[in-house]
Write a protein that binds this ligand. Structure first.
Ligand SMILES: Nc1ncnc2c1ncn2[C@@H]1O[C@H](COP(=O)(O)OP(=O)(O)OP(=O)(O)O)[C@@H](O)[C@H]1O
Ligand SMILES: [Mg+2]
Length: 299
């Protein structure tokens, strides 16, 4: 009897380590917009799960319902039907106040248009989620400075968004999304406004930060080449899931950690120094492919 209990207990632990715990459980989720006489089924009954530490990509053409689905997952849009359970809590049942607290404590966001506050410096923008979490000014400055260095912007902390390139602004956006150590980061077309070289840098940065911190990522894109960074690819069309693919060899895996260079600039490294440092931690894309053997159709 005792042996059986221990054995069952071990099996559960081993399964959780291998498979990962479900953090997002989507059950027949629906979102319908009513426009006069017309009903638009932007999300039309989707069911899937996202596991802890998974990089999940929602892939589809324009108008297929990707952003609506992401906004439902993040509790930004209200469901018309079905339910979404995040970390064991039904977001449908949460009050607006509880939902907004839940978002502040658990979720991070990266937007296509960066959504930085123009009147604030990079440092102040990154500090914002920590202000909402009521972290003391000294501590939040330290945390914001540290993450800005990690994204290669040690030399741009006092710049306002208009004094930075698109890629640099998105790195500020990524620092802001990760600084409060969320459990899940949602990204809607995070590289949509960037050139192809900067797109790779930004994707590697998001992937690297997620792996290092064991975070769950949900990213929306229309670009199939970006979906190759994901462990799981959810194809959507007309608000429905058409296929779920599993990728055994996603792009952007981590290389073993490298020693940090001595900071001779007292934190004020140049963007060039930071840029070259940033690329080192991550494997370059090498044409890894989606493993069709592991593709399964949604149930
Ligand atoms: N607030 C809204 N009111 C009415 N219809 C909406 C609203 N938001 C989205 N839609 C409709 O829902 C459908 C899905 O829109 P959604 O923005 O989710 O698509 P998407 O896949 O993100 O597209 P894109 O790649 O162009 O961003 C579209 O037909 C859109 O017109
Ligand atoms: Mg969209």
């Amino acid at each position: 009897m005792l042996y059986n209990c221990i054995s069952k207990f071990n099996t559960v632990i081993i399964l959780e380590v291998i498979v990962g715990r479900t953090v997002i459980d989507v059950k027949d989720a629906r979102k319908t917009y009513v426009m006069g006489q017309e009903k638009i089924r932007a999300v039309d009954g989707v069911t899937f799960t996202i596991e802890e530490g998974e990089f999940c990509c929602i892939l589809g053409t324009s108008g297929s319902g990707k952003s609506t689905l992401l906004n439902l997952l993040a509790g930004i849009e209200k469901l018309s039907g079905g339910d979404i359970i995040i970390n064991g809590s039904s977001i449908r049942k949460m009050s607006e106040k509880k939902l907004s607290k839940f978002r502040q404590e658990n979720l991070g966001f990266v937007f296509q248009a960066y959504n930085l506050l123009g009147s604030m410096t990079a440092l102040e923008n990154v500090e914002l989620p920590l202000v909402f979490k009521r972290i003391s000014p000294g501590k939040r400055k330290r945390m914001a400075r540290s993450i800005l260095k990690k994204v290669g912007l040690g030399g741009r902390m006092d710049h306002k968004p208009k004094e930075m390139s698109g890629g640099q602004q998105q790195r500020v956006g990524i620092a802001r999304a990760f600084v409060a150590r969320p459990k899940i980061v949602f990204a809607d077309e995070p590289t949509g406004n960037l050139d192809s070289k900067t797109t790779i840098e930004v994707m590697q940065l998001i992937k690297g930060m997620a792996l290092k911190n064991k975070l769950t990522i949900v990213m929306v894109t229309h670009d199939i080449s970006l979906s190759k960074y994901a462990d799981k690819i959810i194809h959507v069309s007309d608000g429905k899931i058409t296929e779920i693919e599993y990728n055994e060899n996603p792009l952007g895996g981590l290389k073993p950690a490298e020693p940090q260079p001595i900071d001779a600039t007292h934190g004020e490294e140049t963007v060039q120094q930071a840029d070259s440092k940033q690329d080192k931690g991550f494997a370059q894309p090498t044409g890894l492919k989606v493993n069709k053997d592991t593709v399964r159709k949604p149930t």
